[in-house]
Design a protein around this ligand. Structure first.
Ligand code: V4E
Length: 216
């Protein structure tokens, strides 16, 4: 399971792209992403800092790495699972349920429907994003920078480095801070994520629950 280390910041119209070009970033093109986030009715996954989504039809789960971190940290790190059996086993663990003998692909559909006596998982947020992506060459495969604009008007950019193990996280954090300095990003340019803003705007009770749980 790869670990995504990232720092979010406020993009400056035109200027961020100009600085990226100066640093030798390679444009990777634009894409439209459709994300649907899922949870139990009482928010048990997100309250455990687990983020289950269907992105353009494919399931993904982000789970925290290392000690818990809140929105105040300048970089965050999450494991990204795309294998359905792995996703099922992490969800069962978070729901305090025993592992199934064979957590195959159809098991995720069963979980969503609450089969086997567990709670149902239903969508609580739907976000459409326009994304411009860049590759910044550098050590250990370089970094990816994305500039996002959502269908509800939130703009956020990210510097992201993927690593294979927890031991590599500090190196990735240092690499991100170096890139941020070269892009002229200050601490005050930190930005909150799309889902944080979505919850604040459209699901205030869910947002408050996560603030109280120390997740956001
Ligand atoms: C809310 C949240 C997560 C779900 C959304 O992840 P995010 O990286 O914002 O989405 P996106 O579309 O950029 O994903 P990508 O395309 O890079 O895979 S994952 C973790 N959280 C909680 C969280 C937090 N605790 N602190 C901060 C600064 N952001 C998010």
């Amino acid at each position: 399971m790869p670990i995504e280390v990232e720092r979010k910041f406020v993009p400056r119209e035109g200027e961020t792209e100009r600085k990226l070009a100066e640093l030798g970033a390679v444009p990777l093109g634009s894409a439209r992403l459709q994300d649907q986030y899922y949870d139990t009715e009482d928010s048990r996954l997100t309250a455990s800092d687990l983020w289950l989504r269907r992105r353009d039809g494919a399931w993904e789960l982000k789970s925290p790495v290392g000690s818990p971190h809140g929105a105040g940290a300048s970089t965050t790190q999450y494991r990204e699972s795309v294998s359905e059996p792995e996703i099922v086993s992490l969800i069962l663990q978070a729901l305090g349920r025993g592992a199934t003998a064979d957590p195959g692909p159809s098991q995720l559909e069963h979980l969503l429907q609450g089969e086997g006596g567990g709670p149902c998982l239903a969508p609580f947020a739907s976000i459409m994003t326009h994304r411009d992506s860049y590759h910044l060459p550098g050590p250990a495969g370089g970094a990816r920078v994305t500039i996002d604009r959502t269908d509800f008007g939130h703009r956020v950019a990210e510097i992201e480095v993927m690593v294979g193990t927890e031991a590599e996280v500090p190196r990735a954090q240092a690499q991100i801070q170096e890139i941020a300095a070269k892009l002229g990003i200050e601490e005050t340019d930190s930005q909150i994520g799309k889902l944080n803003v979505y919850l604040q705007k459209f699901r205030p009770r869910h947002f408050q629950r996560l603030c109280e749980a120390g997740v956001l």
